[in-house]
Design a binder for this molecule. Structure first.
Ligand SMILES: Nc1ncnc2c1ncn2[C@@H]1O[C@H](COP(=O)(O)OP(=O)(O)O)[C@@H](O)[C@H]1O
Ligand SMILES: [Mg+2]
Length: 105
């Protein structure tokens, strides 16, 4: 958790953030797709749940910035770094979803 949030190590909320994300089991996922970072961050919502749109995960399920439910990588480089923290290469499955041809040109 400390490595994952390493970029925030100097921030005052860092200890509480690490305590929060290690306070219960979490679910890690690798998601690939067209504009995956932008799209997933849109789905996740603004950092402050009170400012996050309804229908986003933080907007629907969060209340405080320091308890905002979900993390999402903010760039391909950070995604690569974060994925390597949680997964071995052979744990990442590359597969074709059945509606692939219906939704991708
Ligand atoms: N001012 C703050 N007070 C408490 N926690 C914060 C604050 N700013 C950020 N955080 C926590 O640190 C996480 C990482 O911050 P940041 O990378 O800026 O946001 P995001 O998760 O939207 O990319 C946030 O999701 C939030 O959980
Ligand atoms: Mg971030």
């Amino acid at each position: 958790a400390k490595t994952h949030y390493g970029e925030h190590a100097e921030k005052p909320f860092f200890p509480s953030l690490v305590e929060y994300i290690t306070s219960s089991p979490s679910l890690a996922m690798v998601i690939e797709g067209e504009e995956a970072i932008t799209t997933i961050r849109k789905l996740v919502g603004a950092t402050n749940p009170l400012e996050a749109d309804l229908g986003t995960i933080r907007g629907d399920f969060g209340m405080d910035t320091g308890r905002n439910i979900i993390h999402a990588s903010d760039a391909p480089e950070s995604a690569e770094r974060e994925i390597a923290l949680f997964f071995n290469e052979d744990e990442i499955c590359d597969y074709k979803i059945v509606d692939n041809d219906l939704i991708y040109e």
